[in-house]
Design a protein around this ligand. Structure first.
Ligand code: SAH
Ligand code: SF4
Ligand code: F3S
Length: 462
């Protein structure tokens, strides 16, 4: 390879396997997990093979998250270990991808000079091109705004049954606490045909369940052209669900994450009418107080949130509802926080991801003077977690004695005699594998004998 070469070098073949082994550690959300699977696919097509252990790998890639400070700090402690290894093993290739890479860019190189490649999430599909530059001896930073190329590599997926398919990248919202828009860039919707093609490919490989992904999936299509004769946007999540629904071989379709500001009645009706769309909705509400929601710039009221849930339950009475919530947002009073607790109780969530507010770089709320103390954060988080668990347990109780359809995903790692899977409502469920009778991909009717806050156990009925 010459240094004067201008275009990207031709993709090496898998036979060129002198490249050694790779290890990927993924932090953060499903978006990052999906990106990691695509990057693993690229590495394998370049001739890398998966390493047995992190400390043996020739290429180590951290796909990072910066949603809260503790997520970011975790990366630095992992990196310190690898940087040390690199001092005695100069052939090690060290890559930081994902949201910390985007946020820190060049300054990450100053902090960890051993790094070979720092690449933002919009560059995930270009890993091969960037590594080619590294092989020429460069230290590479790829964080410029980039139009995400349609995916031509085959992802190396962790599960062979449940897959993720990105439908929209980025986020155009400006929630005042959130770092995502600055690290994931502007919304870019994929075309429905490309999404369907990927889903057909997965179904042909035996996948049974697909989760469509977007940070704000209800925004799907608003950056694509087209208006219907009735004056509606041509491309919406509802239209997309209808368009991909009949992909043969797929049994279940899910989507995440929903935004209460854009969640429509039309979408609820479509979910109720389309049999493969599962009765589970992940709709973060973030706070149970209207003034806090306003300070967060969320663009909805608690009442609107309530109406969405009511409408879902009118159409799908057994639907499960999960959410994300932040406690101790700047200025949150005790009374406002108690409204969040009250809403959790009132709605009866099946699951709530909780977090204490963490100030993030380049976000408005981080600069406000009314930050709350660490003690308040810890205390509110402890109390809300206890409530979430109690409410989840109450919701789980409704499954006792019922028969639920479970899609088997694999062996229970804690008990190899058992298999595990999920109900349509997304409850993790364990039952006896009957000596290998039940295999990943099987849909099994399971009578629920034992209920816990976040999981169930039962007996196959067949
Ligand atoms: N797009 C989704 C969520 C993205 S981030 C939405 O709009 O809801 C995932 C979750 O992390 C958020 O729902 C929020 O609850 C939490 N989060 C985001 N920024 C945070 C911050 N600065 N401090 C604490 N939690 C945060
Ligand atoms: Fe962040 Fe708000 Fe976008 Fe969600 S909708 S990713 S919370 S800015
Ligand atoms: Fe984290 Fe980036 Fe996802 S900050 S939550 S990995 S979009």
């Amino acid at each position: 390879m010459t240094a004067t070469q201008l275009s990207a070098p031709p993709a090496p073949t898998a036979a060129e396997s002198g490249r050694g082994s790779y290890w990927i550690t993924t932090f953060g959300c499903q978006m990052n997990k999906a990106d990691s699977e695509r990057m693993a696919g690229i590495l394998e097509s370049m001739g890398y093979r998966e390493a047995q252990a992190e400390l043996e790998a020739d290429l180590v890639l951290y796909n990072t998250c910066t949603i809260r400070d503790n997520a970011e700090q975790k990366v630095y402690s992992y990196l310190g270990r690898q940087a040390q290894r690199k001092r005695t093993n100069p052939n090690l290739t060290l890559v930081v991808a994902g949201c910390v890479a985007q946020q820190e860019g060049e300054s990450l190189l100053r902090r960890v000079p051993e790094l070979d490649l720092v690449m933002g999430p919009q560059h995930a599909n270009r890993l091969d091109v960037l590594l080619a530059q590294v092989e020429q001896g460069q230290q590479v930073v790829a964080t410029e705004e980039h139009h995400i190329l349609e995916d031509i590599t085959t992802a190396r997926r962790d599960s062979k049954i449940c897959g993720w398919v990105n439908v929209i990248y980025g986020c155009n919202e400006r929630c005042t606490y959130c770092v995502v828009p600055s690290v994931r860039g502007k919304e870019q919707s994929r075309l429905p045909e490309a999404i369907k093609l990927e889903m057909e490919g997965l179904a042909a490989q035996g996948f049974k369940e697909i989760t469509l992904l977007g940070q704000n999936i209800d925004a799907y299509g608003r950056d694509l052209p087209g208006i219907t004769p009735e004056g509606r946007r041509q491309h919406t999540l509802t239209d997309l669900l209808q368009f991909v629904h009949d992909v043969e071989g797929l049994e279940r379709i899910r989507f995440a994450t929903s935004h209460p500001r854009y969640f429509t009645e039309r979408l609820i009706d479509a979910c109720a009418d389309l049999p493969k769309v599962c009765e589970h909705f992940h709709i973060p509400f973030q706070s149970g107080d209207d003034d806090v929601l306003k300070a967060m710039a969320r663009g909805y009221t608690v009442d609107r949130y309530r109406r969405i849930i009511e409408r879902i339950r009118e159409r799908m009475p057994d639907a499960s509802i999960s959410a994300d919530v932040i406690v101790a947002f700047p200025g949150e009073t005790d009374a406002q926080y108690r409204r969040t607790l009250a809403l959790i109780e009132e709605i009866g969530f099946d699951q709530v991801n909780t977090a204490a507010y963490s100030p993030r770089p380049n976000t408005p709320a981080a600069d406000w003077p009314n930050q709350l103390s660490e003690e308040v954060k810890v205390e509110r988080l402890r109390e809300i977690n206890a409530l979430v668990e109690r409410v989840a347990r109450e919701r789980s109780a409704r499954y006792a004695g019922r028969t639920e359809q479970v899609l088997v995903e694999g062996i229970n790692p804690k008990d190899p005699e058992q298999v595990m899977g999920r109900t349509r409502t997304n409850r993790l469920t364990f039952f006896s594998g009957d000596n290998g009778r039940w295999q990943p991909g099987d849909l099994v009717d399971v009578r629920i004998d034992e209920v816990r806050a976040f999981s169930l156990s039962g007996t196959a009925q067949a």
